[in-house]
Ligand binder design. Structure first.
Ligand code: 3NM
Length: 217
């Protein structure tokens, strides 16, 4: 997997969008230049069953239009059923090798990691990319691990130079530069796009910050 694929990785579900239409937010983010999209449907009122599947397929179709990989969080069955481009799993979601057996050779597998040990284990087990965080405090996910800061990114990036690393947790346009300079391939955000007045503009500015820092390396 190309590191550029995770330059700007947007995560969203239908929950916590302050009444906005999620497909509209996604399309604006796609227009703004996101390079990956993860459907993460969690929290009170989260869609399930056929409703979730229909929503996932609508997201998938939009992503296809913009040639952006469509990745499903956690739900391996759904990812397989609709033919997602990727599946993203947490530390508690089972062995990567078992997930690979289920999804076949072509689906991307991303893994959430929170320290050097988890990052190395994920790389050894064949993860296509890792999420690494939370880099900063986040208001979006309640059960996060302790904040890891920039130094952990630097350490993991130097130990795993070939692996796409996407930093996550409390990332804003202002913070993106330092994260990229520390060695991350990109940033994953929820609120810095979906919580903004103009998600397209927010995505475009974040992308600009990431690309500027990458060219400066
Ligand atoms: N995972 P925001 S932090 C979904 O550290 C998620 O693994 C995290 O949301 C981790 O960009 C997080 O609004 C939430 O801070 C990111």
């Amino acid at each position: 997997m190309d590191k550029q694929t995770v330059n700007l990785y947007f995560i969203m579900g239908t929950v916590n969008l302050a009444g906005r239409d999620p497909l509209h937010v996604l399309e604006e983010a796609l227009k703004g230049g996101i390079t990956s999209f993860q459907l993460r449907e969690k929290g009170p009122g989260a869609l399930t069953g056929e409703e979730l599947k229909a929503f996932a397929q609508a997201c998938q179709q939009l992503c296809e239009q913009y040639s952006v990989p469509f990745i499903v969080n956690d739900d391996i069955g759904l990812a397989i059923e609709i033919g997602a481009d990727g599946i993203h799993i947490g530390q508690e979601d089972g062995y990567i090798s078992a997930v690979r057996d289920k999804v076949g050779p072509d689906m991307l597998i991303g893994v959430s990691t929170h320290n050097v040990t988890e990052a190395i284990a994920a790389a050894d087990a064949g993860a296509d990319y890792i999420g690494l965080g939370p880099v900063y405090e986040t208001q979006t996910k309640m059960d996060t691990q302790p904040v890891i800061g920039i130094e952990t990114i630097r350490e993991v990036a130097s130990l795993l130079p070939g692996l796409p690393i996407v930093a996550i947790g409390g990332i804003s346009e202002r913070r993106a530069g330092a994260i990229i300079k520390a060695g991350a391939s990109g940033v994953a955000v929820i609120s810095a796009i979906s919580g903004e007045e103009d998600p397209g503009e927010a995505a475009s500015r974040l992308k600009g910050a990431v690309l500027l820092s990458l060219t400066g390396i």
